[in-house]
Write a protein that binds this ligand. Structure first.
Ligand code: PLP
Length: 485
């Protein structure tokens, strides 16, 4: 079956013709072996018989069925779908890195350890912190480590009564999950009318039972909390610690250091801010960056440098009060090489431009959308903008439908229904490398969909119409997945 886009969508089996082969094996130069016993062979396991070009075409087709940042605009809020410079991959694929075995003796991997050590230093510089642990494999795991570190420090101080962690109601779901997994009780702090964490509500829980605050800056509404110094001060004066969810670091790069804002420990999502492709859900890395007091508790291993006779030597070490290991070996090494390469190739000026352009792009979208979509917190945003499809819902079309319809315009859906405190949320994060033309096309698509909501609502509620798979029954897809398509 060939569709209007000219792509041949047949499966490999449908392309199979008996006798076709894709491999050209050399003449046998070992003694022939008896064929496998027929009883061991499975008849039902038919294999496609195809040539190499047919295989290439088939897999190229598959690569086009997925939506990707390499093909289209991908404004998925909170996820920071960065442009992923190809040089990062080239560096991670260098045989000297890609071919390493994690059990190699340290003296044979000094270059790799030096890279990790240097990256620890860069991330400490970027966040203003003292020590960095590269082991966590995702942001959520970085959060979990940070919360365990806070707990260990409080126990060492003998403060066993500090069992609550304050978390704003706009937080990413992993925040309360990490705090609870580390053994804390979560108290939810409401947001005020400007979208910030409510200061009075925080003060009310800032007592001798407070272990700490987990906060995202800018928050998941894309808003910078200008009371941050006072908030952190309130927690510190009450004897608690402040954990920063650093997933929104794209807004701060080169401009504000988390430690200067009052945070004691912060994780970074290298697959977001520091460019590892993560459209398929991984792999990632969520390094934890800690204040001097929390550094001894970092997860193991960290890389240490020693100098003797003018020679530097790098080794893996367990911090003195480490919370232990959280991953196999040294973390996701390839992701760490990509982050290192990105930081080196961007430099200080480049990283500062990233945050500038990220914030500029989001505000450009805010201006372009505000007449058509309700903006719940109408103030300057940072690297992402949250709008609501509340007014479109009143005309019978939900945010979900609008997100699906965007696919027909060749645009990936924004994040929907998060943060939870906004009705019909559409959370839009334009990559900082997007051109003005792309942003204009997005604004135009959003306006066109709004017109469709009035003129032809079925077109929107039935979307998408042009994708390889049209509207799915999402509940059934989760309960009875058909993975063979
Ligand atoms: C992505 C994200 C996380 C979790 O990070 P993972 O790497 O997906 O585990 C936490 N908080 C915020 C605000 C995020 O956007």
């Amino acid at each position: 079956m060939t569709r209007s886009d000219g792509m041949d969508r047949r499966t490999l089996m449908e392309r199979s013709v008996t006798g076709r082969v894709g491999a050209n094996l050399p003449a046998l130069d070992v003694p022939p072996q008896p064929a496998l016993d027929a009883a061991l062979l499975r008849d039902e396991l038919r294999m496609p018989e195809v040539t190499e070009p047919q295989v290439v075409r088939y897999f190229t087709l598959l690569s086009h069925l997925n939506f990707s940042i390499d093909t289209n605009f991908y404004p998925l809020g909170s996820c920071t779908m960065k442009y992923n410079p190809k040089v990062n991959d080239e560096m991670a694929f260098l045989p000297g890195f890609a071919g390493l075995h994690p059990r190699q003796p340290p003296e044979t991997v000094q270059g790799a350890l030096k890279l990790l050590h240097t990256l620890q230093g860069y991330l400490a510089e970027i966040t203003g912190t003292k020590g960095v642990g590269l082991a966590p494999l995702a942001g959520a795991q970085g959060e979990f480590c940070g919360m365990l570190m806070i707990r260990a420090l409080l126990l060492d101080r003998g403060e066993t009564q500090r069992t609550t962690v304050a978390i704003p109601d706009s937080a990413h779901g992993t925040n309360p999950a990490s705090a609870a997994m580390a053994g804390f009780q979560v108290v939810t702090i409401p947001s005020d009318s400007r979208g910030n964490m409510d200061m009075e509500a925080l003060k009310a829980v800032a007592d001798s039972g407070l272990a700490g605050l987990m906060i995202t800056q800018p928050n998941t509404l894309g808003l910078f909390n200008t009371n941050i110094l006072e908030l952190c001060d309130t927690v510190h004066r009450a004897g608690g610690l402040v954990y920063a969810d650093g997933a929104n670091m794209n807004a701060l790069l080169g401009r504000a250091k988390p430690a200067d804002l009052g945070f004691d420990v912060v994780h970074l999502n290298l697959h977001k801010t520091f460019t590892t492709p993560h459209g398929g859900g991984g792999p990632g890395a969520g390094p934890v960056c800690a204040s001097e007091e929390l550094t001894p508790y970092l997860p193991a291993p960290v890389v240490e440098r020693s100098d003797s006779d003018g020679r530097e030597t790098f080794s893996l070490a367990e911090p003195p009060k480490s919370i232990g290991r959280v991953s196999g070996f040294h973390g996701n090494f390839g992701v760490l090489v990509r982050a290192y390469t990105y930081i080196r190739s961007m430099g200080n000026t480049g990283l500062t431009e990233v945050s500038g352009n990220a914030v500029l792009n989001a505000n450009y979208l805010l201006q372009g959308l505000r007449d058509t979509y309700h903006v719940p917190y109408d103030r300057r945003c940072m690297h992402e903008v949250v709008v609501s499809a509340r007014d479109q819902k009143a005309r019978g079309v939900r945010g979900l439908d609008i997100a699906k319809r965007l696919l027909d315009y060749g645009i990936h859906a924004p994040t929907m229904y998060f943060p939870l405190i906004v009705d019909e949320t559409l959370m839009i994060e334009p990559t900082e490398t997007e051109s003005r033309e792309t942003l204009d096309a997005f604004i135009e698509a959003m306006r066109a969909i709004d017109r469709e909501v009035t003129e032809d609502p079925d077109l929107v509620t039935g979307a998408p119409h042009t994708t390889p798979v049209s509207r799915l029954d999402e509940v059934r897809a989760a309960r009875q997945p058909d993975l063979r398509g």
